[in-house]
Design a protein around this ligand. Sequence first.
Ligand code: NCD
Ligand code: ZN
Length: 344
Amino acid sequence: MTTSINIIQPDDWHVHFREDEMLKVVTKYSARVNRRCIAMPNTSTPITSSNQAINYKKLIESNSHSLNFEALIPCYLTDNLNIDDFIYALQNKIFIGGKLYPTNATTNSQYGVNDIKKIYNIFEIMEKENSVLLIHGELNRDDVDIFDREKYFIDEELYQIRNTFKNLRIVLEHVSSDYGVDFVNSNQNIAGTITPHHMLLTKNDVFKNEEINPHHYCMPVVKNEKDLLSLRKAACFDNKNFFLGTDSAPHHTSDKVQYKSLKPGIFSSPCSIELYATIFEEENALENLERFSSINGPKFYGLEINEEYLHLSRKNFDLPDYTEEGNVRVKNFFSDKKINWNVS
Ligand code: NCD
Ligand code: ZN
């Protein structure tokens, strides 16, 4: 039985660092194992300008207490960006790319894009600048079932974006369905991030006995067993087009118990790589973990692969139910389940 794993230090290509006290907590747990993280720009005031990106990056990195840790910031795309500033920020690597949030698809997406055609000029610029488009791929419309939002987005928007901007690199974030996996695998210049929770939960874990488990409620919502298995296969074996992105998205516990305004998001930073290792082991694919966690991501983004290594050893991970620091109290994902690996 394998008792230790040595992998090139991972990067997390999808994290919500938030602001204030929460930012300190997320930074601490993210820098614990990762060398780089994409810091999603859906902060309470979205990050849409080069100045905001420079300041946000500085803020996160200075809280990491590490000389090595890097926060990479995508621009929150809107239909009224300052185009000159956007081009300047892409050319100077201030933005690693642009993140498309369809309006009202998730937390703080009210400033997002309603009519995606209206920002095709931005995609054209991004293609020309060889940048990366990160997509929250869900179509949020009244006639679309919440479990079909990813499929509808692919059919009604993504095919067309893909075919219009053939050289634009696209990341379909937090792929959540069999349909999404197939789309990534059968198109060019596209990759997908996969979260641990989409490989560990099905909709029964969220909606059961007419009650919602608020701590398993996230966007895109977790789906069926078939989807879970397809995501596990993609992460563990397809292993070229998919890479690590936890979508760790903490909300204060008080925002998770109000059913009327329940905020979507799962916090997995304190146990991220340990969860992935546990999943890869269940799939008998530990030898492929490094490619998913540390190689495919930088290759797709055109960045260097990390030089340091991370060591994990077999040991039950004792994770408290909550992360509690200062005025922050957040539920830790998977604290009541078995995690077999520890970072040493
Ligand atoms: C994220 C958040 O809370 O910022 N929530 C989530 O459920 N994943 C946003 C997102 O990535 O959808
Ligand atoms: Zn996210």
